[in-house]
Write a protein that binds this ligand. Structure first.
Ligand code: NAI
Length: 331
């Protein structure tokens, strides 16, 4: 029996978590879910959207499935997501973007893996108001973080039979910071002669992605470009309802969809649980449960192939009905 932390989030989080837990349970896999609440709903009672008990639970269990959590604007709390990634040193953000059956998109056969550095860059949160009319944010890039994300991307490529890793920067302008990220990648890549490498500037990458995404395999990027480009790639495969993700560190891993808590559809049985389900499928592979991962993925694909889906993909099913359809397709 696996012990896994479940952060069921807020907004649509609890609805999609319930759907995913039901599907995994119906597959026959036994998981002991350590349910941890976080986000807006716990601030009043516990004084923080990310209480220490949540971090302790993940440190103990090593693996977590996380539904989205709202970041309160202007209340002085740091984003739960940024805090979680920093506290647990989840340095690699992995976002596989692959076309799904019957989900209509502009391009077919997109199969891109975005590897985003998760701990530094402009997300280090070093900002100051210089004067009334000037503010500055400092971009931090270190060799240590750049080399370990390069190694993660290249190792991922080797383990998953990928052919090419493309490093993305704006090193022509940010010669020192992005230059260091690029230089670190070049150095690490020398140890992977079996993987082809490519270098591209982030603006050119964006144009190429919307014109011909099939040319890309694995992308590795500093934090900010990674954040933006991974949403672009989510758009290539059908949008936020189907975009999965994972935050991986040396000791722990947190699997979560790309999307947020979608307050506009909260509590209406409209949310698509596919992104969280795909994240959970990756989590099952991570813990070595490949047979169950394949079984659930096959049921999900069969459901989508038969045209059964939620409203964001043009279908008629609610969250609960979609989960039920996937469960019926488990064989
Ligand atoms: P959002 O991703 O929550 O919603 C954007 C749009 O996509 C909305 O129209 C929403 O209804 C739709 N959408 C998102 N997920 C969907 C799903 N599974 N099925 C169907 N439609 C879906 O982004 P927004 O509105 O910018 O953020 C809302 C809150 O979520 C904010 O507080 C933000 O900070 C937080 N957030 C949390 C994340 C996390 O926990 N990892 C990631 C991104 C945002």
């Amino acid at each position: 029996m696996h012990n896994i932390t479940l952060i069921n989030g807020d907004g649509i989080g609890p609805e999609i978590s319930e759907a995913v837990v039901d599907i995994i349970e119906a597959s026959g896999l036994k998981i002991n879910w350590d349910i941890q609440t976080a986000g807006e709903d716990v601030i009043e009672a516990e004084g923080s959207p990310l209480p220490e008990r949540v971090l302790e639970s993940i440190k103990k269990n090593k693996v977590a499935l996380k539904a989205p959590v709202t970041t309160p604007i202007g209340k002085g709390f740091r984003s739960v997501n940024v805090q979680l990634r920093k506290s647990l040193d989840l340095y690699a953000n992995l976002r596989p973007c692959k076309n799904l059956p019957n989900v209509k998109t502009r391009f077919s056969d997109v199969d891109i893996v975005v590897v985003r550095e998760n701990t530094e860059d402009l997300y280090a949160g070093i900002e100051r108001q210089v004067d009334e009319n000037t503010a500055e944010s400092i971009k931090i890039i270190t060799r240590r973080a750049s080399e370990r994300i390069a190694k993660f991307a290249l190792d991922y490529a080797v383990k998953n039979g990928r052919k090419e890793v493309c490093v993305v920067t704006k090193a022509n302008i940010m010669k020192l910071s992005d230059g260091l990220f690029l230089d670190s990648f070049r150095l690490v890549a020398k140890n992977y002669p079996q993987i082809k490498t490519r270098e591209i500037l982030v603006d050119n990458l964006c144009m190429q992605l919307v014109q011909n995404p099939n040319q890309f395999d694995v992308l590795v990027l500093p934090n900010l470009y990674g954040d933006i480009v991974s949403d672009l790639c989510a758009g290539l495969i059908g949008g936020l309802g189907v975009a999965q993700g994972a935050n991986i560190g040396l000791d722990c891993a947190v699997f979560e969809p790309v999307h947020g808590s979608a307050p506009d559809i909260k509590g209406q049985n409209k949310a698509n649980p596919t992104a969280l389900l795909l994240s959970a499928i990756e989590m099952l592979k991570y813990i070595g449960e490949f047979a169950y991962a394949e079984k659930i993925e096959a049921a999900l694909f069969k459901t989508l192939e038969s045209g059964e889906c939620t409203a964001d993909l043009g279908g008629k099913l609610g969250t609960k009905e979609f989960a039920k359809a996937v469960i019926e397709n488990l064989t």
